[in-house]
Design a protein around this ligand. Structure first.
Ligand code: SF4
Ligand code: SF4
Length: 180
């Protein structure tokens, strides 16, 4: 009998640090600036990326020291997952918290960190602009809805299989567990 992977047997609270970090699929969507309607609490995404986010790779360019440059970069915790209303529907933490499984493109499922980008649900491949190039008062002009969409990617990989399934003893290096 095949042993179930850790994300199917453990709650977010029960995961160790390495397991927790690996739930982030590296989509980069939380590194986009959001706008909140102060009256309704509604949140919209913009295509204005954090100053430390590389627009091509979608990775944080100074993850270890990010707080020095971007003190508002939030460290995700299980309780923060419950409180943050804008985690995208594809976010691994949100999916697990809501009782869903990870999608096929998640690196833990596919064994390949590129599948999240091949699925088209990450920030990579979308036109973004650095917050250093846009005045805050102009962020409204950059509102986008694609971070909220899963689309046809949910149906499976575009061609063939997505690679071998990983066990919890073969986790990738920590990616990011932060929100911006
Ligand atoms: S924390 Fe969630 S939304 Fe942010 S990069 Fe990781 S998987 Fe994507
Ligand atoms: S991890 Fe934080 S500091 Fe780094 S790009 Fe994302 S929001 Fe910015």
């Amino acid at each position: 009998m095949t042993e179930l992977p850790f994300w199917k047997t453990k709650s977010l609270e029960e995961m160790d640090q390495r397991e927790w970090e690996s739930i982030c699929d590296g989509c980069g969507l939380c590194c986009l600036n959001k706008l909140e309607d102060w009256e309704t609490g509604d949140v919209v995404f913009t295509s204005v990326r954090c100053r430390l986010m590389d627009g091509t790779s979608c990775r944080c360019t100074d993850y270890e020291n990010r707080q020095a440059t971007v003190p508002e970069c939030i460290q995700l915790t299980p309780s923060a997952v419950d409180e943050i209303v804008w985690l995208p529907p594809t976010c691994g933490y949100r999916l697990l918290r809501e009782g869903h499984d990870l999608y096929w493109w998640h690196p833990l499922v596919s064994g390949d960190p590129e599948t999240v980008h091949q699925a088209g649900i990450s920030a990579r491949g979308h036109e973004t602009v650095s917050e250093t190039d846009v005045p805050v008062e102009d962020f409204e002009e950059y509102v986008v809805d694609w971070p909220w969409k899963v689309g046809e990617a949910a149906n499976g990989p575009p061609a063939g299989d997505a690679g071998p399934e990983r066990s919890d003893t073969d986790l990738p290096d920590p990616a990011r567990t932060v929100t911006g």
